[in-house]
Design a protein around this ligand. Sequence first.
Ligand SMILES: Nc1ncnc2c1ncn2[C@@H]1O[C@H](COP(=O)(O)OP(=O)(O)OP(=O)(O)O)[C@@H](O)[C@H]1O
Length: 327
Amino acid sequence: MAGKDTLVRVRDLSVRFVSRDATVHAVNGVDLDLAAGEVLCILGESGSGKSVTMRALMKLLPKKAVVTGGILVDGRDVQAMHENELQEFRGSTVAMVFQEPMTALDPVFTVGKQISETVRRHEGVSQAAGMARALELFELVQIPSAKRRLDAYPHELSGGLRQRAMIAVALACRPKLLLADEPTTALDATVQIQILLLLRQLQQELGMGVVFVTHDLGVAGEIADRVAVMYAGRVVEEGPVTALMRGPLHPYAKGLLGATVHSGMRGKRLTTIPGAPPSLEALPNACSFAPRCVEAEPACLAAVPAPRSPIPGRTARCIHVPDNVAG
Ligand SMILES: Nc1ncnc2c1ncn2[C@@H]1O[C@H](COP(=O)(O)OP(=O)(O)OP(=O)(O)O)[C@@H](O)[C@H]1O
């Protein structure tokens, strides 16, 4: 049963991309829960299904994607929404920030105009009220000389300020859920930490839920309350960030943590475990990590491991993890 303050509830989500030549099984039976005001990081290496999972939350996948399973956001069935309902839902209930701000910002309009138009579209307010809200948002995301910068075009802002402007656009209609797809990856380290701190502060002030996709364990440690570690389209471990970083349960998470800790936390690509993930076109009916796992044994190849929960609030899909929690 979904709790009273459940903001996101995903059950058995699968996403396939079908083409004439092949079927890519990008996401395979993902369960996720997010409480209002909580930050969940989806962590994993390239191609593990992080972005596809996140985009499914706002039905932002190409038409050819075959999506099955249940997605409830703020109690609404996302899969069942039609285009006009989605337009209202995107922005006012859920908004997204991207790695590349120019994905969200239009180069031919000033940033102030873009924010005020977004507000006007959703809330039907006057031009002056839209602009006043834009200024309020620029101040909220701590853009210095906010009034002057509202008249800037996106290319006139530095990378960090552009990122802040994009966050302001995303927050324009006070979303309950913010989706962030590697929004700091392209920035240099000091700007990256400033944007992470800003997001954390905004999330707390506004009480928003955040789903944050990253390949960077250091970033997850900085911003997350809970982490879901994805591998080959499955969540292989899920739990509170501090517990997971102190003592990961799944061998893949152990490998990531070992690799990252030894070489410094932030900015490290999660690719230091020997071997490569399986092809998403031919996933085995087995533990997908077994070929790279130091703990693998024949039983790992018998079936896809079910989630086990040795500690309340934590799960891992590994047969070596005990399953002690009743219910
Ligand atoms: N539109 C699409 N058509 C076909 N395959 C796709 C499409 N979008 C994603 N995929 C495939 O789905 C898989 C998961 O992609 P996804 O973008 O979710 O990975 P990711 O974990 O976010 O990786 P990255 O960190 O590189 O963005 C990949 O194999 C990708 O090639």
